[in-house]
Design a protein around this ligand. Structure first.
Ligand code: HEM
Length: 483
């Protein structure tokens, strides 16, 4: 098959641009005295292929520790076209999250920026970041969440009825469920065809986030870009609708995130550009549903596999059912959730061993240094959750699954050593939302079903998030715990 001339031209232009950048970055090395040890690998490609292959096979930890053994905890490599420094350990995490002189900023790979938009929350800094994050956070903090619990509970109950199905694919189920919760609670988008189409578009967009950024026919990247176009149109219409409602003063509109964004003003009282609003709505959808769906999937796998965990969760949820007996509340309450301490400790220990977000790139925008090594402007740094999560000096016997580690507060660990929700100004604002959602879903699942894995020893693949490779099909056996 011949490559079409247009495609060839696109590839050649992309290679030329990468080469020019490589030469520029390479030139900058000579001005720096003490670069971190390590190999930059092949020109342009660096060590990208080996790193991505290891990631897909869930062997990134091994890939990294091979280099730590050779070079020490601060080493250089080259990934996705940029020299990249790995900083292993709590001090490295702190440095990346809190570079006080503004030397390190967020840096999403090209396809992520193309699909989530250049104003997505991760890419924003300073005043605009504070403004958009503040608007989101007001919906995600415990005071607000307490008001959501009952409606979130109703959505979850409806969604896990499964229409008599004997088996389900957990990954898809959890993605749909968390998407529906986000749509209903944060965006006031009711269930129906519009929500289903939006889910399909977000699924296509997510597939493109870590694809090669070549806009070629039928490529995941092109599909994702087309999906983004439809999502943008959808949100643009929704913002206009909410603005009109606000103008007509229809009871302060829906009181959802979109209305709040539509009403947002900058320091001078000016409206925020629509592009900025849309990119941040997209970040909120992607940030809220995929990560939580992974945590839920892995919890369901763990409960199926580990009898002690299963019994512990059942015991706790039974006790809650008993206490609720004869009460007036049809739905679970904020108070009930505070009693699910064991169930949340299981989730915390799971995120220690398999953090849904493994780590992330950040860009170096000013020459800086760490641990005696220079890190030049134009390079990337990578923060890594698992390096401290699996450090035996912080978590003794790290391979052992032991939820009692979280019996105190997770604040009892050294700062920046337990970081499933990141750290610093871009840390996750949705951690409490995730906790509430996870506890409600686990409660209703375990009260209404027993389940077992259909594929024994199904491996984890990272794409880049860690999912069971075949979507975790499970057999469902209905029951009514405690009734
Ligand atoms: C188990 C579930 C979740 C995990 C493990 C998780 C993890 C993370 C991590 C590690 C970051 C920081 C990324 C970085 O610095 O590169 C982050 C950021 C973010 N998360 Fe979450 N998240 C979860 C759930 C949620 C939920 C439920 C929401 C919203 C309802 C949410 C919204 C966001 C947003 C908007 C950001 C960007 C914050 C910023 O740039 O200021 N996340 N999340």
């Amino acid at each position: 098959m011949f490559i079409q001339p247009v495609c060839l031209a696109v590839i050649l232009v992309a290679i030329a641009a990468l080469l020019a950048r490589y030469v520029k970055i390479k030139d900058s090395y000579s001005q720096h005295k003490v670069l971190p040890p390590g190999s930059l690998g092949l020109p342009l490609i660096g060590e990208t292929i080996g790193f991505l292959r290891a990631h897909k096979l869930d062997k990134t930890q091994e890939w990294i520790y091979e280099r730590v053994a050779k070079h020490g905890p601060v080493f250089k490599t080259s990934l996705l076209g940029y020299p990249t420094v790995f900083l292993i350990g709590a001090a490295g995490n702190r440095f990346v999250f809190h570079a006080n002189d503004g030397a390190i900023l967020s840096n999403q790979p090209t396809p992520v920026v193309s699909i989530m938009g250049k104003h997505n929350t991760f890419e924003l800094n300073g005043g605009l970041h504070r403004l958009m994050r503040g608007a989101m956070s007001s919906f995600l903090q415990p005071e607000t969440l307490q008001k959501y619990v009952q409606s979130m509970d109703s959505i979850v109950k409806q969604q896990i009825e499964f229409d008599g199905k004997e088996s389900v694919k957990t990954v898809m189920l959890m993605k749909r469920l968390t998407f529906k919760v986000t749509c209903a609670l944060l965006f006031a988008i009711p269930p129906g065809r519009e929500q289903d189409l939006l889910f399909e578009d977000f699924t296509a967009a997510l597939k493109g986030l870590w694809s090669l950024p070549f806009d070629l026919p039928k490529s995941p990247f092109r599909r994702a870009i087309r999906a983004r176009e439809r999502i943008c149109k959808f949100f643009s219409d929704l913002i206009r609708e909410r603005k009109n409602e606000l103008l007509e003063d229809k009871g302060s509109s829906k009181g959802d995130v979109v209305s709040s964004f539509a009403n947002l003003r900058d320091g001078d009282g000016g409206e925020i550009e629509e592009d900025v609003l849309i990119d941040n709505l997209i970040t909120l959808v992607i940030g809220s549903h995929d990560t939580t769906a992974i945590l839920l999937t892995l919890l369901i796998r763990l409960i199926a596999r580990n009898e002690d965990v299963r019994n512990g969760v059942i015991e706790e949820q039974l006790a809650i059912l008993k206490e609720r007996e004869g009460g007036d509340d049809e739905n679970l309450t904020w108070n009930d959730l505070q009693k699910m301490k064991y169930t949340w400790r299981i989730a915390q220990e799971l995120m220690r061993q398999i953090p849904p977000v493994f780590g992330n790139f950040k860009k170096v925008v000013k020459d800086t240094s760490f641990g005696g090594f220079d890190i030049p402007k134009g390079w990337q740094v990578f923060w890594l959750a698992s390096a401290t999560h699996m450090d035996k000096n912080i978590f003794p016997d790290p391979e052992r699954f032991d939820p009692t580690r979280f019996e105190g507060s997770s604040k009892s660990f050294p700062p920046f050593s337990y970081i499933p929700f990141g750290g610093g100004p871009h840390s996750c604002p949705g951690n409490e939302f995730a906790r509430v959602e996870v506890l409600l879903i686990v409660h209703h699942l375990i009260v209404n079903y027993q389940w077992s894995e259909m594929v024994p020893d199904e491996p984890i693949t990272r794409d880049p998030l860690p999912y069971p490779a075949m979507g975790l099909p499970i057999k469902l056996h209905p029951r009514k715990l405690g009734y």
